[in-house]
Ligand binder design. Structure first.
Ligand code: F6R
Length: 677
């Protein structure tokens, strides 16, 4: 969780206001990752040319007297020799709009010249999902090493050994102001910097710091001792780099070693570089991106950049390939819808098509066996699994591992996979698998399902399964994500970007004529305190997923109940007030669901039955009773849960809007859960 956005410009003219606006816009794109507080750090002056800030001997202790203060930032006056003045750090609790308003207040109060053009500058920004310490200005990022902000850091992840580092730093006289794990990082930078006595290249200093950190992190650094240089690194948390060379401004320069950064031909070149948690944040600026790997350290100085790897601690750059993003800006916009969740529910027919494109081939009965064309039955090819198909077939069992909605998707698919593959299929919630250190064997195939491909619990479970020698398969919606890179093989969902925090199209990746009817139903349920969903078979997943949506966006207590368990306890909850949604589409459990409905009606239950269109028996229940129907088209039994979830997603969406809650960014949640515990 948490979103990082940083912007470097060199020989590219940007006014301070343009830089600020860009940082705010970048944060807005990442707000889905955390939205309880946010902050930025910028300078008011151009940074010097890199040749003028090469490294040599250490320059002693900081003597700046400015304050990098959370709510009342002030620009420092005392620059260190050869170093830049204290930067401006502004942090605010709540949404990005609050941060923007606070920045405007700061600019007005301090007479900051925001029209001033900066040709060489590093700006860093962060949106937070609190893990250590409540959302307060002081706990927000960027964090600084000291009041004069010798080192400034933004962080996504968790430093697990922060308490031990803090103790050491406190024993050396450091004073901590926040409750966060992150604050140890800038202080550690400062400590190492002054301890060494020799001024290391900035990326090398960061490697020294990384060596002492445990846990998961993506970090961006800026320092008064390295004016105009930007360093970013990652281990366990995602970080992408976007690069742009303005047209006609020369080739892109990449460093082969640390020393290339200081002086050299690249200093006459123009460049813009972004380091961000997600490509959606940079897409409006550049489509040229690369994904940093674990222990990679990015260094940007002058008109070039280099990527090194802290694990081999070598001075030589490592090759990382720039890719061209196949993402358009309109894919991350609401495009005529009121909310992302609404857009993403309605995108499901297209998402399903994209998921199947090039994979499902149909054959006409009179075609040669080799001729597969659109329009008739026949073959599914999953390119990513071709080479491992035989190993998967020989597996002792298939284990699906996921969290939240992705787990429900696995639950919905379990029976179909059992039927088709004729292998035992087991399901594991990633966190529970880890807690139990459940046995995994060399002849298991473990399938890790994750929309984001970054969920920390799922990633840790993957690492665990790898140590046990299992074949690890990934199913993710994010190309280049940690899970897609760490698995042996896999499938990309191609469902398109999901920005609303509540996952929808990644679950189904239909049939949306029901919208008006579902909205009318939502009106009758908007004031409910509690809602129950009853289902069985593969629609148990539908019940769990619908209940999760109701909890997370509509903020209504809700439970998905396996209808077979009804008489073992949940029946006690049934009265004429509690709304109960029963999934009773025509499948192998249909007859049993009829009996469930009869028992509920016998207790005057307030029922909403989700059934297939034209089901006369269900229409009979509805006639003259307090029971309402949601009718959905019938499809093959294995795919019916995919159809069934859609009106229930819409129901959660409409109830949320009617109750006046934030549908895309529900209270306390974030889209990518990149922390464990
Ligand atoms: C619920 C939701 C979460 C995620 C879960 C796993 O709407 O979005 O329950 O499904 O955090 O996320 P991924 O699929 O990215 O691993």
């Amino acid at each position: 969780m948490c979103g990082i956005y940083s912007y470097y410009n060199y020989h590219v003219s940007r006014s301070l206001q343009e830089i600020l606006d860009q940082l705010f816009q970048g944060l807005r794109r990442l707000e889905y990752r955390g939205y309880d507080s946010a902050g930025i750090c910028v300078d008011t002056d151009d940074a010097p040319e890199p040749a003028a800030c090469g490294y040599g001997d250490g320059d002693g202790a900081a003597a700046g007297n400015g304050h990098a203060h959370s709510l009342a930032p002030c620009q420092g006056s005392g620059a260190l020799d050869g170093d830049s003045p204290t930067p401006i750090v502004i942090k605010a609790v709540g949404k990005i709009a609050n941060l923007e308003a606070l920045a405007a207040e700061y600019v007005a109060a301090n007479g900051t010249d925001v029209a001033k053009v900066l040709r060489h500058h590093v700006g860093i920004a962060h949106t937070r999902w609190a893990t250590h310490g409540r959302p307060t200005p002081v706990n927000s990022h960027p964090h600084v090493s000291d009041p004069s902000a010798e080192f400034v850091v933004v962080h996504n992840g968790i430093i697990t050994n922060y308490a031990a580092i803090k103790e050491i730093l406190v024993s050396h006289g450091e004073e901590f102001v926040s409750e966060t794990d992150t604050e140890v990082i800038p202080k550690l930078c400062k400590y190492v910097y002054h301890q060494l006595g020799t001024k290391l290249p900035f990326p090398k200093l960061v490697m020294e710091v990384m060596r002492r950190l445990e846990g998961a992190f993506a970090l961006v650094f800026k320092s008064r001792h390295y004016p105009g240089e930007m360093v970013a690194c990652r281990r366990g948390s995602p970080l992408i780099v976007g690069v742009k060379v303005p047209q006609g401004k020369g080739p892109l320069a990449s460093f082969r070693s640390f020393s290339d950064a200081y002086g050299g031909a690249h200093n006459s070149q123009a460049i813009e570089v972004w380091a961000a948690s997600d490509a959606s944040a940079v897409i409006e600026h550049t489509k040229k991106v690369l994904v940093l790997e674990d222990d990679d350290v990015l260094h940007v100085a002058g008109g070039g950049y280099g990527i090194y790897n802290a694990a081999n601690r070598g001075d030589e750059a490592v090759p990382r390939v720039l890719q061209t993003l196949q993402l358009e800006v309109d894919q991350i916009m609401k495009g005529g819808y009121d909310h992302f969740m609404q857009k993403e529910i309605h995108e499901q027919p297209e998402a399903l098509l994209q998921t199947m494109r090039g994979r499902v081939m149909f054959r006409r009965p009179d075609d040669e066996p080799s001729a597969y064309v659109a329009g008739a039955a026949s073959r599914i090819t999953l390119g990513g699994l071709v080479d491992t198909k035989a190993t998967i077939r020989r597996a002792r069992r298939i284990m699906f591992v996921a969290c939240g909605t992705s787990y429900h998707a696995c639950l919905a698919a379990r029976q179909t996979i059992e039927d088709l593959v004729e292998l035992p299929v087991v399901l594991e919630l990633a966190s529970d698998l880890l807690d139990r250190r459940a046995p995994i064997f060399r002849d298991d195939t473990c399938v890790f399902v994750s929309q984001s491909g970054e969920t920390a619990d799922t990633l840790r479970a993957l690492e665990y399964a790898k140590t046990r020698g299992a074949l690890c398969v990934g199913v993710t919606n994010t190309v280049g994500s940690a899970i897609s890179r760490a698995t042996h093989c896999g499938i990309h969902q191609n469902a398109g970007y999901e920005i609303g925090v509540a996952s929808t199209k990644a679950y189904t990746s239909q049939v949306l004529g029901l919208d008006a009817k579902v909205r009318a139903l939502a009106e009758t349920l908007r004031d409910s305190q509690s809602l129950l969903f009853f289902a069985r078979g593969s629609n148990y997943a539908t019940a769990l997923e619908a209940a999760l949506k109701m909890k997370e966006v509509a903020l209504i207590h809700s439970e998905g109940i396996l209808a077979g368990e009804m008489k073992h306890g949940p029946l006690a909850l049934v009265d004429e007030h509690m709304p109960i949604i029963v999934v009773a589409t025509r499948d192998g459990t249909y007859a049993k669901m009829q009996s469930v409905i009869e028992q509920l009606l016998a207790r005057d239950a307030r029922l909403i039955i989700l059934c297939n269109e034209g089901d006369e028996r269900m229409q009979g229940y509805a006639a003259g009773s307090r029971c309402q129907l949601i009718e959905v088209p019938q499809t093959v039994e294995q795919l019916q849960p995919v159809v069934n979830i859609v009106p229930l997603q819409l129901l959660a969406y409409h109830i949320t809007v009617l109750r006046g809650h934030n549908v895309d960014q529900p209270r306390n949640l974030a889209k990518s859960v990149t922390v464990t515990d």
